[in-house]
Design a protein around this ligand. Structure first.
Ligand SMILES: [Zn+2]
Length: 325
């Protein structure tokens, strides 16, 4: 597979054995797994035989470095959004997320972990109800969030950010937790800085949906065209069960689980040779956009048929959790 268009970030089309390391299961820490698939030459998608977690093994040594890209390139991806002239393709998703957070915590200190360029916090700022801050390890991305959206962002990994104990009412991981190679450690760090009655919001892609897409691609003989697991950056693929399990193991109780609308990825790069973050119109990508919407509606039916367990058709999993007593 060729990356034949330009975008910010450091991802490679093919990785070799020197780019990767083997790891134990991030949930149960065992080292017994079955292989499901291999992406980009050297990244293994595996399932733990003990706890069923799907994770990437071997994975990139530093998957977060994919976000250490050049600020100029990132700026080019999103210039019109920074200038207030275009929407971000995830804005509708963010509004849906913020509605749910507001239902549980309509005010207070709000920390977004893995802020990227600040698009989620920019949406939260429009609500005018929370005291917002973010933490983002990428120097170029966090600079842009400060510069263009005037957000309060610390350039740091969460574990090194030195936030005070029990200081936040809301902590969010929006499309971030799947990037974290030691998720248990991150949850324990979050538990320390979250107030006793605080809430944790997590949104991740649904690992079972990726398996479903893999099986469909195999049946249709289209396997080579797909980068199904985005395993150069997504190192864990949670299901409803494994997400609840890792939360419980690290001192959280799930209050709510739901399915978010699908993210309609833009396809500008196919037409203009450059990746842009603005929504692309339905006519440029109608098959996929309609397909994603249909599956989303089916996944809601599946959810109720399975007594509120998220199945294989859901594009993502959203949870709200509190500290367990
Ligand atoms: Zn395991």
């Amino acid at each position: 597979m060729e990356l034949n268009y330009e975008r910010g970030g450091e991802q490679k089309a093919i990785y070799s054995n020197s780019d990767v390391i083997f790891t134990n299961c991030p949930l149960c820490e065992k080292d017994e797994y079955e292989q499901i698939y291999i992406e980009r030459g050297a990244l293994g998608i595996v399932r733990c035989k003990k706890c069923s977690l799907i994770y990437v093994n071997p994975r990139l040594k530093n998957p977060e470095h994919v976000y250490w890209g050049d600020a100029q390139k990132y700026f080019k991806e999103a210039r019109l959004i920074f200038e207030g002239k275009a929407l971000h393709h995830r804005d509708k998703n963010y509004e849906e997320d913020l509605k749910l957070i507001f239902k549980y915590k309509p005010s207070g200190k709000f920390l977004d972990v893995g802020t990227n360029m600040g698009f989620f916090l920019k949406s939260a700022k429009n609500w005018n109800v929370w005291d917002l801050c973010g933490v983002e390890p990428s120097p170029s991305l966090s600079d842009m969030a400060r510069k263009y959206f005037q957000l309060n962002i610390r350039t740091s990994f969460l574990e090194e950010a030195e936030f005070e104990d029990e200081s936040f009412d809301v902590i969010t991981l929006t499309d971030v937790f799947e990037h974290i190679s030691d998720p248990g450690k991150m949850l324990r760090d979050i538990r320390r800085i979250m107030k006793q009655d605080g809430v944790l919001f997590i949104k991740v892609p649904n690992g079972l949906f990726n398996l479903f897409k893999l099986n469909m691609a195999k049946r249709m003989g289209k396997l080579k065209d797909y980068d199904l697991f985005d395993s150069y950056e997504h190192v864990v693929h949670y299901s409803h069960k494994t997400l609840v399990k890792i939360l419980e193991k690290n001192g959280f109780r799930t209050l709510d689980v739901t399915i978010g609308r699908p993210i309609q990825l833009p396809v500008w790069h196919k037409y203009v040779g450059h990746f842009y973050l603005y929504p692309s119109p339905l006519c440029l990508d109608f098959k996929r956009q309609i397909g994603r919407s249909l599956l989303y509606h089916f996944s809601k039916i599946e959810f109720y048929l399975k007594w509120k367990e998220i199945g294989a058709l859901a594009p993502n999993i959203i949870t709200i959790a509190s500290k367990s007593p």
